[in-house]
Design a protein around this ligand. Structure first.
Ligand SMILES: [Zn+2]
Length: 167
């Protein structure tokens, strides 16, 4: 980690002249740099016991409806729109619940934990509605990679079928 050369930021002109592929590589380089920085600051310098204590502290601070509800706007459609901050997680924008010096956690993950219990092994939160930033407990479920892949494949087939009917 320490010997790694720092990523050279492109100038604004260079950034504008980039092809989509170069732009993607640029985004990935920034993300790699950020995760390396996070690793050095929060993981490499701490012990396992410290990390566990911090996670416990974060959980008790955040797993509480009263901290989440002020950031939620209930829409007539049944969706609960997150009005708090968002954060890019592996290129996807996710609602983010901040917890001061402790950092924070994905708000949709917390809501799903509160309404459905802790995630089963290898599972993650998935939204069943189309509203970006929705954290409604009834629209969030625990899902896994196999389920998501099947869902995406089905969606792809459906759109292919519809494409055949485009005039
Ligand atoms: Zn929703």
């Amino acid at each position: 980690m320490a010997g790694r050369r720092k990523y050279k930021r492109p100038t604004r002109e260079q950034l504008r002249a980039m092809t989509p592929q170069e732009r993607l590589e640029h985004t990935r380089a920034l993300e790699r740099e950020r995760s390396a920085r996070y690793y050095r600051r929060h993981i490499a310098s701490t012990t396992k016991a410290e990390r566990r204590a911090r996670a416990e502290e974060l959980t008790t601070a955040l797993f509480d409806w009263s901290r989440l509800l002020p950031h939620i706007e209930r829409l007539p459609s049944g969706c609960w729109l997150w009005t708090g901050p968002f954060r890019s997680v592996f290129g996807d924008v996710r609602p983010w619940a901040r917890a001061g010096a402790l950092g924070g956690m994905r708000a949709d993950h917390i809501v799903c934990c509160l309404s459905r219990g802790r995630p089963p092994p290898k599972c993650f939160v998935s939204r069943t509605c189309a509203t970006v930033g929705c954290v409604s407990p009834t629209h969030l479920v625990w899902s896994n990679r196999a389920v998501e892949t099947a869902k995406n494949r089905r969606r792809h087939v459906e759109s292919e079928e519809l494409a055949g009917r485009v005039e």
